[in-house]
Ligand binder design. Structure first.
Ligand SMILES: NC(=O)c1ccc[n+]([C@@H]2O[C@H](COP(=O)([O-])OP(=O)(O)OC[C@H]3O[C@@H](n4cnc5c(N)ncnc54)[C@H](O)[C@@H]3O)[C@@H](O)[C@H]2O)c1
Length: 309
């Protein structure tokens, strides 16, 4: 099978930088086009500027580079999105529609859309949240991703476009900074801990949220994109789960390794976003359809973060 030519949008972000290097390993760096609205520097792969809100630029880029696979990561995340809802809608939903339309017109073979636990809302069952459930998100980010999932399903049903998607939990990595989400505290806390500083947490200590170590998220993404088309029964977005913890749980685990570490809690506007999300997610469909299984729990995560920062 010839190697695909892959476009990654929003490639300079927390997930993109790690995903691009995994894709380069898999398909060869010369076959990866890593783009962002701003200039980015990623080793070996082809890089370029691409604003996903510019439909002509998106179509031209896909055509000129012979793209046949797209990972569409460009977005404004949950917390940052609340400071400019209309811009967030235009980038998250308008950008995705541009990618879908250009992919339909130019017959792109396969697309990946990253969704989120942000699609859940206060009316969603909070524990072991099922795949098919009530989605009434409270943030513009959640609304844009919920609608994005449904646009993906629409293009799949109507035009046969092979759109695949995951609802990521909060993603935790040591080598790339977080991009303005509600789970960012779970990265910031490690930076303070290794510097020997105290941490002020913007969420309440008992706020339990689903989380995932970056390597698991990247592996899940590659596995879903390689899975047999016939095996995929979810064309909105797959629930995906690895671990759940609260700031208190994470603090206790870090304190086990750094006894002098201290924390204070000063919840801000992100508390109400976190309160609207769920505590844990049922990902049995991902496990059944394409054999998903996480490798990292909280203990491994804490050790990796403290050892690598
Ligand atoms: N990080 C997480 O915890 C998490 C959780 C769930 C879902 N996701 C999803 O994964 C994807 C990647 O997330 P991330 O954490 O890397 O986000 P990030 O904020 O770190 O990166 C997003 C990138 O998109 C770029 N971008 C913004 N506007 C653009 C535009 N108009 N055109 C092109 N690029 C543009 C930004 O410059 C940035 O580099 C997003 O779609 C996000 O919703 C992330």
């Amino acid at each position: 099978m010839p190697k695909p030519t892959v476009l990654v949008t929003g490639a300079g972000g927390q997930l993109g930088s790690v995903l691009v290097s995994a894709l380069a390993k898999k398909h060869g760096p010369e076959n990866i086009c890593a783009t962002d609205v701003r200039e980015i520097h990623l080793p070996l792969v082809r890089t370029g500027i691409l604003d996903v809100t510019d439909k002509d630029a998106v179509s031209t880029y896909i055509k000129d580079n012979g793209i046949n696979r797209i990972y569409h990561l460009a977005a404004i995340l949950s917390a940052r999105g609340e400071s400019n809802p209309i811009l967030t809608w235009n980038i998250n939903t308008g950008g995705w529609l541009n990618i879908l339309e250009a992919s339909r017109e130019l017959k792109v073979e396969r697309l990946f859309f990253p969704s989120t636990i942000g699609v859940f809302g206060p009316t969603t069952p909070k524990k072991n949240t099922p795949q098919d459930t009530i989605l009434q998100p409270t943030t513009v980010y959640g609304i844009s991703k919920q609608i994005g999932e449904n646009w993906g399903l629409y293009y799949f049903n109507r035009y046969g476009l092979d759109v695949r998607s995951l609802r990521y939990p909060g993603l935790i990595s040591y080598d790339t900074p977080p991009g303005g989400g509600t789970t960012d505290y779970a990265i910031d806390i490690f930076h303070k801990a290794v510097k020997g500083e105290s941490f002020t947490c913007f969420l309440r200590e008992d706020t339990e949220l689903p989380m995932m170590y970056m390597d698991d998220a990247v592996r899940a993404t590659l596995e879903l994109m390689e899975a047999d088309k016939e095996k995929l029964s979810v064309r909105t977005s797959y629930n995906l789960s690895a671990m759940s913890f609260s700031p208190r749980d994470l603090f206790d685990a870090i304190k086990n390794r750094i006894p002098e570490f201290s924390i204070t809690y000063e919840p801000d506007f992100r508390q109400s976003i976190a309160d609207s999300w769920v505590n844990s997610v049922n990902d049995s469909r991902a496990r059944e359809d394409w054999a998903w299984k996480p490798e990292y729990g909280m203990e491994e995560l804490v050790n990796i973060m403290l050892d690598n920062l």
